[in-house]
Design a protein around this ligand. Structure first.
Ligand code: DOR
Ligand code: ZN
Ligand code: ZN
Length: 428
């Protein structure tokens, strides 16, 4: 039996505009979106969402869920709960787990765990190694290939040109190679001189992978772009016809080196926070940016307070509130947010049913109150690490309700989904 749900009277964020519309949902999908649909749907359960603004469910293409091996920081359940609480209905998870996800078996293992324990939809990247190019290219159920050109958390590192060439040559051209683009030799060189991963590290690696993508005539996705230099290289590559996409993180947009003293190790991340001027330059060039992705990288406070703190910070529960607050202050529009956090990620990763509030699409919907002012706090977060670098910040805009494939999964306070409600997404 089918069931219908009618969300009445919300402000719906559409490409380039916002319209007061009803949304009619049948089972997992949107049947119609338009003015006054009540007459068309006498059987539907009506839900009044007047005063709320409706975004297509967010798609975060860069998260670390830490399972297997890092469950004391996060696991597939807590990480996807954090996603829903942040309005994120689909996550694409990184392979730098312990052991890493680099082979058919390790991917099948994590996919089996995810089918049982996630509460939002998910895909997994396969990690490239120095010798798995052929195998990686033949594994269809990964969302893409992740290459660490420079080292970061975990053991994955493909800093040798022959292995990079093997991956760029072998991986199917229509599928995504996503790159952590910091040049390992430059990282080591500057570390030896007391400098932590200055912009040169990212610039060199981005130029390098663009050259590889151009030579092998294949698409490329550059993760966590943090400088205007990288954006200039990407803009330039696109002008030559290359299919290069990129993401920026909320922490590179909303934090800078000026916050490092206050945050201490909590602000340590790869690539590092940049100068305030570099942050302004990122904002000024948002037109080059395809998407905002969190690089949600939870570590415990004990680890962060240790003598050698790991890099990374959580981000899924704060991304949308930060962006809504930026919109409140006129820094970007609500349709910009929908494009950067949902529509474009769906296009780039080939998630055909997601990313739009339109008939036939999955009813993945994030309902927010733009006027709800609140203070971000560590207390009450769903991420297991239990902290955020944005604690104490007052923002306008709060996630009030989330729907995943037609079912309400978050009510602004509690996760309503059950472990195992998440579904695998594939490029399609
Ligand atoms: O700071 C980071 N943390 N950068 C990465 O590339 C990996 C991430 C993690 O997994 O902790
Ligand atoms: Zn990275
Ligand atoms: Zn990452």
């Amino acid at each position: 039996m089918t069931s219908q749900l009618l969300l009445c009277g919300g402000a719906v964020v559409l490409p380039g505009e916002i319209k007061q519309q009803d949304i009619l949902i049948e089972d997992a999908r949107i049947l119609a979106a338009g003015a006054h649909l009540a007459g068309d749907a006498p059987q539907a359960t009506h839900v009044d969402i007047n005063g709320l603004t409706v975004f297509p469910g967010l798609i975060d293409v860069h998260v670390h869920l830490r399972e297997p091996g890092g469950e004391h920081k996060e696991d597939l359940y807590t990480g996807t709960c954090a996603a829903l609480a942040g309005g994120v209905t689909t996550v694409l998870a990184m392979p730098n787990t312990d052991p890493p996800i680099t082979h058919r078996e390790s991917l099948q293992d994590v996919l089996a765990s995810a089918a049982a324990r996630t509460v939002c939809d998910y895909g997994f990247y396969l990690g490239g190694t120095l010798d798995n190019a052929e195998e990686a290219a033949a594994i269809p159920d990964a969302i893409g290939l992740k290459l660490y050109i420079g080292s970061s958390t975990g053991s994955l590192l493909v800093d040798q040109l022959p292995a990079q060439i093997a991956h760029f040559a072998a991986y199917p051209r229509d599928r995504i190679i996503a790159v952590h683009a910091e040049d390992e030799a430059a990282v080591q060189y500057y570390a030896g001189r007391g400098q932590r991963r200055p912009p040169m590290c990212a610039t060199l690696a981005t130029a390098h992978v663009i050259a590889l993508a151009e030579h092998f005539e294949r698409r490329l996705h550059v993760c966590h772009v943090s400088t205007a230099y990288e954006l200039a290289l990407i803009r330039n590559a696109r002008a030559r016809g290359l299919d290069v996409t990129c993401e920026v993180t909320p922490h590179h947009l909303f934090l800078s080196m000026a916050d490092e003293q206050r945050l201490g190790a909590l602000g340590q991340v790869n690539p590092p926070l940049r100068s305030p001027e570099a942050v302004d330059a990122l904002w000024a060039q948002l037109d080059v940016v395809d998407m905002i992705a969190t690089d949600h990288a939870p570590h415990t406070l004990d680890e962060k307070n240790s003598a050698s703190p790991p890099s990374g910070m959580p981000g899924m529960e704060t991304m949308l509130p930060l962006l809504l607050d930026a919109a409140y202050h006129g820094r970007l529009s609500l349709p910009d947010i929908a494009r950067l956090t949902s529509t474009r990620p769906a296009e780039v990763f080939g998630l055909a049913n997601k990313g739009r509030i339109a008939p036939g699409h999955h009813a993945d919907l994030t309902l927010v109150n733009l006027n709800h002012q609140w203070t971000i706090q560590n207390e009450g977060l769903f991420t297991r690490c239990g902290w955020t670098p944005f604690a104490g910040l007052s923002v306008h805009g709060k996630v009030e309700q989330v729907y995943l494939r037609g079912k309400q999964v978050f009510d602004g306070d509690q996760i309503l989904a059950q472990a195992g409600d998440g579904c695998l997404v594939l490029q399609g």
